[in-house]
Design a protein around this ligand. Structure first.
Ligand code: UD1
Ligand code: UDP
Length: 374
């Protein structure tokens, strides 16, 4: 018996930023299915298990109404080869059973590359959400993941004009769509709910009288001197700093026996998205090496001090909203004290409807096909 046409969409996620990008896409898919005239999108969610702590994974599914993964591959931590390889082996098995029309991957983590490679080698079309970003720094594992994923993707959903230009410069023009950034969708979609978080009361904070810090980039956590410089700069800031510590960084701090920061710095567990969004939006400044945070800070109008020398989000550097300082103590402190900022372009990352645009493109791409009803 033939059923209505369906698109079998497998989605591969594994790490914290993946879950936040996934949330608005799942919502857009649900909305599409609720009023679908021409077809139906079946999503099949594959969680590689790259991140596994409750505060790094499950909390986002609960808070952002992401359905339970259809499979959990328990890949866990390891070297790049181990983690990416294990994920590929397991994803391949799942794809050969599920037989999707399309595999969607998001961002630039090892699970992204594993999903894209496994699918492309099985001749399954790959859609990359957050395509075209470049820091032009190949020492970053994420840059390698981005470049390789883009070059084997059939559909490339770009968050910015710059990303479209980067792809063009690498000869990729087919299947490229400027959709805007799905993280803006998440931010706008959950901002009101986040405002209801009591995180400021819980931590005894006053709006605009504290700084938020996050650190997890290999270049900062795996080098004792860099990590110590960052902690020392936060201590020297002499204002309240809330530092939700990524598990990688917690481990590095213990293993390398760094000197703990001063009392003005509160080391806390990684936060859920709603608490974090509230914390960020009321902060005076944010100090981070995160990719996603630079942009969230820009959109929320919170000046950002970035603990890196390059960024894949150059738009945030305009008018001094984001400053690249590496891990140099004096530069971190100078940027923390600097209060110059000018106008921002609110449209730089899209209008908050990127996920709807992505689902629209997926459903008009000609991949819909009649499926046997089981
Ligand atoms: C990964 C991504 C990075 C992204 C970050 C988001 C890659 C190459 N890196 O970095 O781009 O910005 O996620 O947070 O994919 N750990 C735990 N519990 C967990 C997860 C990790 O304890 O739930 C610890 C383990 O010791 C592990 C280490 O953190 O070895 C690093 O985890 P991993 O997923 O390899 O890389 P991230 O640093 O999290
Ligand atoms: N984030 C969070 N809790 C935290 C720190 C970050 O929910 O304690 C969110 C943050 O708002 C952003 C995302 O995690 O949406 C960024 O992920 P991360 O910094 O881990 O990865 P990156 O963007 O650098 O790849």
């Amino acid at each position: 018996m033939m059923a209505a046409s369906r698109l079998r969409l497998a989605v591969v996620v594994g790490a914290r930023p993946n879950f936040i990008k996934l949330a608005p896409i799942m919502k857009a898919t649900r909305d599409y299915n609720a009023c679908a005239g021409g077809g139906w999108v079946d999503t099949f969610l594959i969680h590689t298990g790259q991140h596994y702590d409750f505060q790094m994974s499950r909390i986002f599914f609960q808070e952002l109404a992401i359905p339970e993964p259809d499979v959990h591959l328990a890949v866990g931590s390891g070297t790049h080869g181990e983690q990416t390889g294990r994920a590929m082996i397991e994803i391949e098995k799942v794809l050969s059973e599920y037989k999707p029309d399309l595999v969607m991957v998001l961002g630039d983590v090892n699970s992204t590359l594993a999903g894209a490679l496994a699918a492309a080698k099985m001749q399954i079309a790959v859609a990359h959400v957050e395509a075209g970003l470049r820091s032009f720094d190949r020492t970053m594992p994420e840059e390698i993941n981005r470049v390789l994923t883009d070059h084997i993707s059939e559909l490339l959903f770009c968050p910015t004009e710059t990303a479209v230009g980067n792809l063009r410069n690498e000869g990729i023009t087919k299947g490229v769509y400027l959709t805007g950034d799905v993280m803006v969708d998440a931010l706008l979609g959950w901002r009101e709910m986040a405002e209801r978080s009591d995180i400021l009361e819980r931590l005894g904070l006053v709006t605009k009288q504290y700084v938020v810090a996050t650190v997890h980039r290999a270049s900062n956590t795996d080098d004792r001197r860099n990590l110590q410089n960052i902690l020392d700069a936060l201590s020297a800031a002499r204002e309240r700093v809330i530092f939700p510590v990524h598990p990688r960084t917690r481990r590095a701090m213990m293993e390398m026996a760094v000197n703990p920061p001063a009392d003005n710095v509160s080391l806390v567990e990684p936060l859920g998205y709603l608490d974090f969004l509230k914390l960020l939006s009321h902060a005076r400044k944010v100090v981070t090496d995160s990719g996603g945070l630079q942009k969230e800070a820009y959109i929320l109008g919170v000046p950002c001090v970035t603990l890196r020398e390059t960024t894949e989000w150059p738009e945030t550097l305009e008018s001094g909203w984001n400053t690249l300082v590496g891990s140099n103590q004096a530069r971190i402190l100078a940027a923390l004290r600097d209060s110059r900022t000018a106008g921002r372009s609110s449209a730089a990352f899209g209008d908050g409807k990127s996920s709807v645009a992505i689902v629209q493109i997926l459903t008009t791409y000609g991949l819909f096909r009649p499926h046997e009803e089981h």
